[in-house]
Design a protein around this ligand. Structure first.
Ligand code: XIL
Length: 345
Protein backbone atom coordinates (compact mmCIF):
# COMPACT_ATOMS: atom_id res chain seq x y z
CA UNK A 1 0.00 0.00 0.00
CA UNK A 2 1.11 3.53 -0.68
CA UNK A 3 -1.58 5.62 0.98
CA UNK A 4 -3.07 5.77 4.46
CA UNK A 5 -6.57 5.00 3.29
CA UNK A 6 -5.47 1.91 1.40
CA UNK A 7 -3.39 0.73 4.33
CA UNK A 8 -6.30 0.86 6.80
CA UNK A 9 -9.04 0.01 4.30
CA UNK A 10 -10.50 -3.03 5.97
CA UNK A 11 -9.93 -1.76 9.48
CA UNK A 12 -11.26 1.76 10.02
CA UNK A 13 -11.89 4.97 8.13
CA UNK A 14 -8.96 7.33 8.17
CA UNK A 15 -10.16 10.90 8.28
CA UNK A 16 -9.06 14.50 8.41
CA UNK A 17 -10.59 17.80 9.45
CA UNK A 18 -11.09 20.42 6.73
CA UNK A 19 -10.79 24.11 7.50
CA UNK A 20 -12.90 26.82 5.87
CA UNK A 21 -10.30 27.73 3.23
CA UNK A 22 -10.02 24.12 2.12
CA UNK A 23 -13.78 23.72 1.91
CA UNK A 24 -14.03 26.92 -0.13
CA UNK A 25 -11.62 25.56 -2.74
CA UNK A 26 -8.34 27.01 -1.45
CA UNK A 27 -5.19 25.16 -0.41
CA UNK A 28 -5.24 22.97 -3.49
CA UNK A 29 -2.16 20.99 -2.48
CA UNK A 30 -3.64 20.12 0.90
CA UNK A 31 -6.81 19.01 -0.87
CA UNK A 32 -4.74 16.69 -3.07
CA UNK A 33 -3.38 15.09 0.10
CA UNK A 34 -6.93 14.72 1.41
CA UNK A 35 -8.10 12.97 -1.74
CA UNK A 36 -5.06 10.74 -1.85
CA UNK A 37 -4.79 9.62 1.77
CA UNK A 38 -8.14 10.05 3.50
CA UNK A 39 -11.58 8.50 3.11
CA UNK A 40 -13.41 10.47 5.77
CA UNK A 41 -13.81 14.17 6.53
CA UNK A 42 -15.10 16.39 9.31
CA UNK A 43 -15.47 20.19 9.28
CA UNK A 44 -13.07 21.79 11.75
CA UNK A 45 -15.45 24.69 12.45
CA UNK A 46 -18.24 25.33 9.95
CA UNK A 47 -20.83 22.99 11.43
CA UNK A 48 -20.55 24.35 14.96
CA UNK A 49 -23.69 26.10 16.19
CA UNK A 50 -22.19 29.60 16.19
CA UNK A 51 -21.29 29.20 12.52
CA UNK A 52 -24.33 27.37 11.27
CA UNK A 53 -26.99 29.29 13.20
CA UNK A 54 -25.34 32.60 14.18
CA UNK A 55 -28.73 34.22 14.73
CA UNK A 56 -31.90 32.52 15.79
CA UNK A 57 -33.57 30.96 12.76
CA UNK A 58 -30.92 32.37 10.35
CA UNK A 59 -29.07 29.30 9.25
CA UNK A 60 -25.84 29.63 7.35
CA UNK A 61 -25.58 26.44 5.35
CA UNK A 62 -23.55 27.45 2.34
CA UNK A 63 -20.09 26.38 3.53
CA UNK A 64 -21.42 23.28 5.26
CA UNK A 65 -23.15 22.35 2.00
CA UNK A 66 -19.85 22.66 0.13
CA UNK A 67 -18.22 20.48 2.74
CA UNK A 68 -20.82 17.74 2.35
CA UNK A 69 -20.70 17.95 -1.45
CA UNK A 70 -16.91 17.57 -1.36
CA UNK A 71 -17.28 14.39 0.69
CA UNK A 72 -19.93 13.02 -1.66
CA UNK A 73 -17.93 13.78 -4.80
CA UNK A 74 -15.05 11.85 -3.30
CA UNK A 75 -17.05 8.95 -1.83
CA UNK A 76 -16.07 9.72 1.73
CA UNK A 77 -17.52 8.99 5.13
CA UNK A 78 -18.82 12.37 6.29
CA UNK A 79 -18.78 13.13 9.98
CA UNK A 80 -20.70 16.03 11.55
CA UNK A 81 -19.09 18.08 14.32
CA UNK A 82 -20.80 19.18 16.52
CA UNK A 83 -24.45 19.75 17.49
CA UNK A 84 -24.42 20.67 21.18
CA UNK A 85 -21.28 22.16 22.71
CA UNK A 86 -20.85 24.91 25.29
CA UNK A 87 -18.05 26.49 23.24
CA UNK A 88 -18.44 28.26 19.88
CA UNK A 89 -22.17 28.38 20.63
CA UNK A 90 -24.02 31.63 19.93
CA UNK A 91 -25.06 33.69 22.92
CA UNK A 92 -28.63 34.08 21.70
CA UNK A 93 -29.20 30.38 22.32
CA UNK A 94 -29.33 30.96 26.06
CA UNK A 95 -30.97 34.38 26.30
CA UNK A 96 -34.29 36.08 25.71
CA UNK A 97 -34.70 39.50 24.02
CA UNK A 98 -34.00 41.24 27.31
CA UNK A 99 -30.79 39.32 27.80
CA UNK A 100 -32.10 37.17 30.64
CA UNK A 101 -31.48 33.41 30.70
CA UNK A 102 -34.23 31.49 28.93
CA UNK A 103 -36.37 28.88 30.65
CA UNK A 104 -35.65 25.17 30.52
CA UNK A 105 -38.55 24.67 28.15
CA UNK A 106 -37.35 27.31 25.72
CA UNK A 107 -33.78 26.07 25.69
CA UNK A 108 -34.96 22.52 25.03
CA UNK A 109 -37.05 23.89 22.17
CA UNK A 110 -34.05 25.72 20.71
CA UNK A 111 -31.91 22.61 20.99
CA UNK A 112 -34.59 20.60 19.23
CA UNK A 113 -34.93 23.18 16.48
CA UNK A 114 -31.22 23.41 15.93
CA UNK A 115 -30.63 19.68 15.88
CA UNK A 116 -33.66 18.83 13.73
CA UNK A 117 -32.81 21.50 11.18
CA UNK A 118 -29.12 20.67 10.87
CA UNK A 119 -29.36 16.88 11.04
CA UNK A 120 -32.53 16.94 8.93
CA UNK A 121 -30.87 18.93 6.15
CA UNK A 122 -28.07 16.40 5.84
CA UNK A 123 -30.16 13.30 6.49
CA UNK A 124 -28.64 10.29 4.78
CA UNK A 125 -25.64 12.39 3.70
CA UNK A 126 -23.78 13.11 6.93
CA UNK A 127 -23.21 9.60 8.22
CA UNK A 128 -22.31 10.25 11.85
CA UNK A 129 -22.55 13.11 14.34
CA UNK A 130 -20.85 14.32 17.49
CA UNK A 131 -24.19 15.00 19.13
CA UNK A 132 -22.81 16.35 22.40
CA UNK A 133 -19.24 17.54 22.87
CA UNK A 134 -17.32 17.99 26.16
CA UNK A 135 -20.14 17.73 28.72
CA UNK A 136 -18.06 15.94 31.35
CA UNK A 137 -15.08 17.30 33.28
CA UNK A 138 -11.84 15.51 34.03
CA UNK A 139 -13.08 14.53 37.50
CA UNK A 140 -16.04 12.72 35.93
CA UNK A 141 -18.68 15.25 36.98
CA UNK A 142 -20.92 17.21 34.62
CA UNK A 143 -19.57 20.47 33.27
CA UNK A 144 -21.63 23.38 34.52
CA UNK A 145 -22.32 24.75 31.07
CA UNK A 146 -25.34 26.88 30.32
CA UNK A 147 -27.03 23.80 28.85
CA UNK A 148 -26.47 21.99 32.13
CA UNK A 149 -27.43 24.92 34.33
CA UNK A 150 -30.68 25.61 32.52
CA UNK A 151 -31.79 22.10 31.53
CA UNK A 152 -29.91 19.80 33.87
CA UNK A 153 -28.12 16.62 32.84
CA UNK A 154 -31.09 15.61 30.67
CA UNK A 155 -29.88 17.96 27.95
CA UNK A 156 -27.51 15.23 26.84
CA UNK A 157 -30.04 12.49 26.32
CA UNK A 158 -32.55 14.92 24.81
CA UNK A 159 -29.94 15.93 22.23
CA UNK A 160 -29.47 12.28 21.24
CA UNK A 161 -33.22 11.75 20.97
CA UNK A 162 -33.65 14.81 18.76
CA UNK A 163 -30.75 13.76 16.52
CA UNK A 164 -32.03 10.20 16.18
CA UNK A 165 -35.48 11.45 15.33
CA UNK A 166 -34.06 13.70 12.60
CA UNK A 167 -31.96 10.91 11.02
CA UNK A 168 -32.55 7.41 12.41
CA UNK A 169 -29.73 6.02 10.24
CA UNK A 170 -26.96 8.33 11.45
CA UNK A 171 -24.39 7.01 13.93
CA UNK A 172 -24.50 9.16 17.06
CA UNK A 173 -21.53 9.89 19.29
CA UNK A 174 -20.70 11.46 22.61
CA UNK A 175 -17.31 13.18 22.12
CA UNK A 176 -14.80 14.51 24.65
CA UNK A 177 -11.11 15.20 25.42
CA UNK A 178 -8.80 13.69 28.09
CA UNK A 179 -10.76 10.48 27.75
CA UNK A 180 -7.88 8.38 29.04
CA UNK A 181 -8.09 10.13 32.38
CA UNK A 182 -9.41 7.44 34.81
CA UNK A 183 -11.99 9.64 36.55
CA UNK A 184 -13.28 10.98 33.27
CA UNK A 185 -13.40 7.49 31.79
CA UNK A 186 -15.51 6.35 34.76
CA UNK A 187 -17.85 9.31 34.42
CA UNK A 188 -18.39 8.73 30.71
CA UNK A 189 -18.86 4.97 31.14
CA UNK A 190 -21.42 5.57 33.87
CA UNK A 191 -23.37 8.04 31.76
CA UNK A 192 -23.36 5.93 28.60
CA UNK A 193 -24.32 2.75 30.48
CA UNK A 194 -27.28 4.55 31.95
CA UNK A 195 -28.26 5.83 28.51
CA UNK A 196 -28.09 2.30 27.10
CA UNK A 197 -30.37 1.01 29.87
CA UNK A 198 -32.83 3.81 29.25
CA UNK A 199 -32.83 3.25 25.50
CA UNK A 200 -31.24 6.58 24.63
CA UNK A 201 -30.10 6.32 20.98
CA UNK A 202 -26.34 6.60 21.44
CA UNK A 203 -24.11 4.50 19.21
CA UNK A 204 -20.66 5.30 20.38
CA UNK A 205 -18.00 7.34 22.07
CA UNK A 206 -15.50 9.70 20.45
CA UNK A 207 -12.08 10.24 22.01
CA UNK A 208 -10.64 13.54 20.83
CA UNK A 209 -7.02 12.43 20.76
CA UNK A 210 -5.07 15.65 21.33
CA UNK A 211 -1.94 13.97 22.65
CA UNK A 212 1.57 15.00 23.64
CA UNK A 213 5.00 13.42 23.42
CA UNK A 214 4.57 11.61 26.75
CA UNK A 215 0.98 11.95 27.82
CA UNK A 216 -1.41 10.30 27.92
CA UNK A 217 0.19 6.91 28.42
CA UNK A 218 -0.67 4.12 26.02
CA UNK A 219 -1.82 2.06 29.03
CA UNK A 220 -4.44 4.58 30.15
CA UNK A 221 -5.58 5.18 26.57
CA UNK A 222 -5.96 1.44 26.11
CA UNK A 223 -8.09 1.12 29.24
CA UNK A 224 -10.49 3.63 27.77
CA UNK A 225 -10.60 1.88 24.39
CA UNK A 226 -11.46 -1.30 26.22
CA UNK A 227 -14.12 0.24 28.44
CA UNK A 228 -15.72 2.31 25.67
CA UNK A 229 -15.55 -0.59 23.21
CA UNK A 230 -17.91 -2.55 25.44
CA UNK A 231 -20.51 0.18 25.11
CA UNK A 232 -20.53 0.70 21.36
CA UNK A 233 -18.39 1.89 18.50
CA UNK A 234 -15.39 4.09 19.27
CA UNK A 235 -13.78 6.83 17.19
CA UNK A 236 -10.54 8.71 17.56
CA UNK A 237 -11.80 12.04 16.43
CA UNK A 238 -9.24 14.80 16.68
CA UNK A 239 -5.84 13.20 16.60
CA UNK A 240 -2.77 15.44 16.77
CA UNK A 241 0.53 15.17 18.61
CA UNK A 242 1.92 18.43 19.97
CA UNK A 243 5.70 18.59 20.31
CA UNK A 244 5.61 21.76 22.41
CA UNK A 245 5.52 22.12 26.18
CA UNK A 246 2.08 22.86 27.57
CA UNK A 247 1.06 24.83 30.67
CA UNK A 248 -0.04 21.53 32.22
CA UNK A 249 3.29 19.89 31.53
CA UNK A 250 1.54 17.23 29.54
CA UNK A 251 3.07 17.73 26.12
CA UNK A 252 6.44 16.13 26.21
CA UNK A 253 7.66 17.69 29.43
CA UNK A 254 10.33 15.02 29.77
CA UNK A 255 11.86 15.61 26.39
CA UNK A 256 11.28 19.29 25.93
CA UNK A 257 12.89 20.21 29.24
CA UNK A 258 16.16 19.01 27.76
CA UNK A 259 16.05 21.80 25.22
CA UNK A 260 16.92 25.40 25.62
CA UNK A 261 14.10 27.33 24.09
CA UNK A 262 15.84 30.17 22.34
CA UNK A 263 12.65 31.17 20.68
CA UNK A 264 9.69 30.12 22.75
CA UNK A 265 7.23 30.62 19.94
CA UNK A 266 9.21 28.67 17.41
CA UNK A 267 11.66 26.50 19.30
CA UNK A 268 12.46 24.10 16.51
CA UNK A 269 12.50 26.32 13.44
CA UNK A 270 12.13 23.94 10.53
CA UNK A 271 13.83 20.78 11.78
CA UNK A 272 12.77 18.91 14.89
CA UNK A 273 15.70 17.81 17.08
CA UNK A 274 16.35 14.11 16.62
CA UNK A 275 15.10 13.12 20.08
CA UNK A 276 11.82 14.90 19.48
CA UNK A 277 11.54 13.45 15.99
CA UNK A 278 12.11 9.94 17.30
CA UNK A 279 9.56 10.32 20.06
CA UNK A 280 7.08 11.79 17.59
CA UNK A 281 7.43 8.80 15.27
CA UNK A 282 7.32 6.35 18.15
CA UNK A 283 4.16 7.86 19.60
CA UNK A 284 2.28 7.83 16.29
CA UNK A 285 3.42 4.26 15.68
CA UNK A 286 2.40 3.08 19.15
CA UNK A 287 -0.98 4.75 18.94
CA UNK A 288 -1.72 3.28 15.52
CA UNK A 289 -0.62 -0.15 16.75
CA UNK A 290 -3.07 0.29 19.58
CA UNK A 291 -5.85 1.37 17.21
CA UNK A 292 -5.22 -1.73 15.12
CA UNK A 293 -5.41 -3.90 18.22
CA UNK A 294 -8.87 -2.42 18.85
CA UNK A 295 -9.94 -2.34 15.20
CA UNK A 296 -13.09 -4.29 16.03
CA UNK A 297 -14.41 -1.42 18.10
CA UNK A 298 -12.77 1.52 16.32
CA UNK A 299 -14.70 2.69 13.27
CA UNK A 300 -12.72 5.82 12.39
CA UNK A 301 -9.44 7.59 13.17
CA UNK A 302 -9.46 11.28 12.24
CA UNK A 303 -6.51 13.69 12.22
CA UNK A 304 -7.36 17.24 13.33
CA UNK A 305 -6.06 18.93 10.20
CA UNK A 306 -4.16 18.04 7.04
CA UNK A 307 -0.76 19.73 7.46
CA UNK A 308 1.15 21.36 10.32
CA UNK A 309 0.34 24.81 8.99
CA UNK A 310 -3.38 24.07 9.41
CA UNK A 311 -3.19 22.99 13.02
CA UNK A 312 -5.09 24.77 15.81
CA UNK A 313 -2.11 23.74 17.97
CA UNK A 314 -0.20 26.72 16.51
CA UNK A 315 -2.60 28.87 18.50
CA UNK A 316 -3.54 26.77 21.48
CA UNK A 317 -2.89 26.76 24.40
CA UNK A 318 -0.48 29.57 23.51
CA UNK A 319 -1.21 31.90 20.60
CA UNK A 320 1.13 32.12 17.64
CA UNK A 321 3.49 29.23 18.34
CA UNK A 322 4.86 26.93 15.69
CA UNK A 323 3.85 23.34 16.36
CA UNK A 324 4.35 20.19 14.32
CA UNK A 325 1.52 17.88 15.37
CA UNK A 326 0.23 16.34 12.14
CA UNK A 327 1.29 13.76 9.56
CA UNK A 328 2.05 16.16 6.71
CA UNK A 329 4.47 19.09 6.91
CA UNK A 330 3.83 22.70 5.94
CA UNK A 331 4.63 21.89 2.31
CA UNK A 332 2.10 19.05 2.36
CA UNK A 333 4.88 16.48 2.17
CA UNK A 334 4.26 13.28 4.15
CA UNK A 335 6.50 13.04 7.21
CA UNK A 336 8.71 9.94 7.48
CA UNK A 337 6.27 8.41 9.97
CA UNK A 338 3.55 8.19 7.29
CA UNK A 339 5.46 5.40 5.59
CA UNK A 340 5.79 3.57 8.90
CA UNK A 341 2.06 3.87 9.55
CA UNK A 342 1.25 2.62 6.07
CA UNK A 343 3.53 -0.32 6.82
CA UNK A 344 1.48 -1.21 9.88
CA UNK A 345 -1.79 -1.35 7.95
C1 XIL B 1 -10.94 24.00 17.47
C2 XIL B 1 -10.55 24.40 16.04
O1 XIL B 1 -9.51 23.55 15.62
C3 XIL B 1 -10.12 25.84 16.00
O2 XIL B 1 -9.93 26.26 14.67
C4 XIL B 1 -11.15 26.74 16.66
O3 XIL B 1 -10.68 28.05 16.73
C5 XIL B 1 -11.49 26.24 18.06
O4 XIL B 1 -11.90 24.89 17.99
N1 XIL B 1 -12.10 20.27 20.74
C6 XIL B 1 -13.04 20.25 19.74
C7 XIL B 1 -12.78 21.00 18.48
O5 XIL B 1 -14.04 19.51 19.83
O6 XIL B 1 -13.95 21.49 17.90
C8 XIL B 1 -11.81 22.13 18.71
O7 XIL B 1 -11.49 22.70 17.43
C9 XIL B 1 -10.57 21.63 19.41
C10 XIL B 1 -10.92 21.07 20.74
Amino acid sequence: DTTLKEAFKNRFFIGTALNTRQIMGGEIEAIEVVKQHFNSIVAENVMKSGRIQPQQGKFNFSIADEFVEFGERNNMHIHGHTLIWHSQAPDWFFKDEKGNPVSREILIGRMKDHISTVVGRYKGRVHSWDVVNEAILDDGSYRESRFYEIIGEDFIKLAFQFAHHADPEATLFYNDYSMSNPKKREGVVKMVKKFKQEGVPIDGIGMQGHIGLNNPTIEEFEKSLEAFGELGTVTINELDLSVLPSPWGDAGAEISKNFEYEDEMNPFEKELPEAVQEQFNKRYREFFELFLKYQNSISRVTLWGVNDGNSWKNNWPVRGRTDYPLLFDRDNEPKPVVKELIGLG
